[in-house]
Design a protein around this ligand. Sequence first.
Ligand SMILES: *[C@@H]1O[C@H](CO)[C@@H](O)[C@H](O)[C@H]1NC(C)=O
Ligand SMILES: *[C@@H]1O[C@H](CO)[C@@H](O)[C@H](O)[C@H]1NC(C)=O
Ligand SMILES: CC(=O)N[C@H]1CO[C@H](CO)[C@@H](O)[C@@H]1O
Length: 464
Amino acid sequence: GDVRFHFMVNLGDLKHFILVLGPALTFRVGHNPKNVTTADVVQVAGESSLHFFLSHMMILLTALHFLCMLFILVALAVSATFFCVRQRSHLRMKEKLASLGTDTSTDATATYQELCRQRMAIRTSERVERPETLRHSRLNSVSSQFSDGPAASPSTRSSTSSWCEEPVPSNMDISTGHMILSYMEDHLKNKNRLEREWEALCSYQAEPSTCSVGQGEQNSKRNRSDAVVVYDHSRITLKAENNHSNSDYINASPIMDHDPRNPTYIASQGPLPSTVTDFWQMVWESGCVVIVMLTPLSENGVKQCHHYWPDEGSDVYHIYEVNLVSEHIWCEDFLVRSFYLKNLQTNETRTVTQFHYLSWMDRGMPTSARTLLDFRRKVNKCYRGRSCPIIVHCSDGAGRSGTYILIDMVLNRMAKGAKEIDIAATLEHLRDQRAGMVQTKEQFEFALTAVAEEVNAILKALPQ
Ligand SMILES: *[C@@H]1O[C@H](CO)[C@@H](O)[C@H](O)[C@H]1NC(C)=O
Ligand SMILES: *[C@@H]1O[C@H](CO)[C@@H](O)[C@H](O)[C@H]1NC(C)=O
Ligand SMILES: CC(=O)N[C@H]1CO[C@H](CO)[C@@H](O)[C@@H]1O
């Protein structure tokens, strides 16, 4: 086979090597002007002396070979031991985190407290050892708060990492995939058709569409925009036993996909200073573990969303204690924060992960479909296997949130093997549940492009 062939070649090379460097034979056999071959050399040197020499060299080579094997075996054993030790500590950490889930025993509380302490210890040592890291992460959070998205250049961020997720294995029907692609290509080339479809979507009337609760005198101050107020028949209601504000109202809508009882998403407006507590109450009561935030905190000096989490350490909002555990900047366009959320009434704790897309402006599009798709893959990798809704919010919770939910819903349906995909009908289904989902024709076009790009990536990743 291949291996043996290589070995023979090497041996051949070594013979030449030996002949050149060996103490008993001092003539060269490499490339030479007179084209003297090994055979000539053998004749000149005499067969017996060469054979004697070669057989000794063979013994030496065998010994070397044996030593190499021994070295490789030792190296393997050392790395295997190292890997096992790492895996075990990793597992221990995982178990710890898992036990935090819904466990209300004092054990879980102790673990939670210990993790918070560890977290603080890590933070303190960071401050001592790596002041640069801290300064940059703070610089970043400040700049995202007061400027138009990320201002610091990527080179100044020390915790940036930017590998991309692969498309997840999918049960997508290949012929549906190809059909979608050719449909999209036609759609994007034929601008008139897109225009017509968008006009039809704009004249679509959701029924029923009364918003009397959201427009009520007491609740109108809890809406960010008057264009997007929740429908009475499709709104999240806060539980009365916790109501600190004498209202069950929050501007957030459950978004159903296949299951009419359990929402797949909650589309919410970005919290106002006066509704931050309501927001965390909703996070708690919906069982949410993943928040998708699609807006910078402000844009051209206009507030888009209140800074509803602690910048460092923990904050208490009514009975919800929120502890910032980590902040990881993936790339210029998005970062991921993880929080420990604790209900101070019951002592229950939960981990909540927030995916924050920084560079998507109101009524605009993300910088590239590829980046948003990578963002979506990271969100879904974190969410995988859960049954709680994902909370998606931007500023009004309809334009950018609607675009994201449309893309995610269509791609999830395709991944489950759906044979018929109608993106416009899916958007109407979303608009039945919340007003203003997908704000502009450009956002709708972006959704089509993003779906096509992901389908293309999945088809490419399939074994041909
Ligand atoms: C909660 O709010 C409602 C009004 O929406 C009020 O009738 C009720 O008394 C409140 N409950 C508590 C415990 O404050
Ligand atoms: C929650 O923890 C505090 C302090 O550890 C304790 O005093 C309180 O009784 C606990 N409450 C519940 C409902 O377990
Ligand atoms: C604070 C705020 O913008 N509130 C709005 C809530 O919604 C109503 C319409 O029902 C608007 O009139 C308010 O301005």
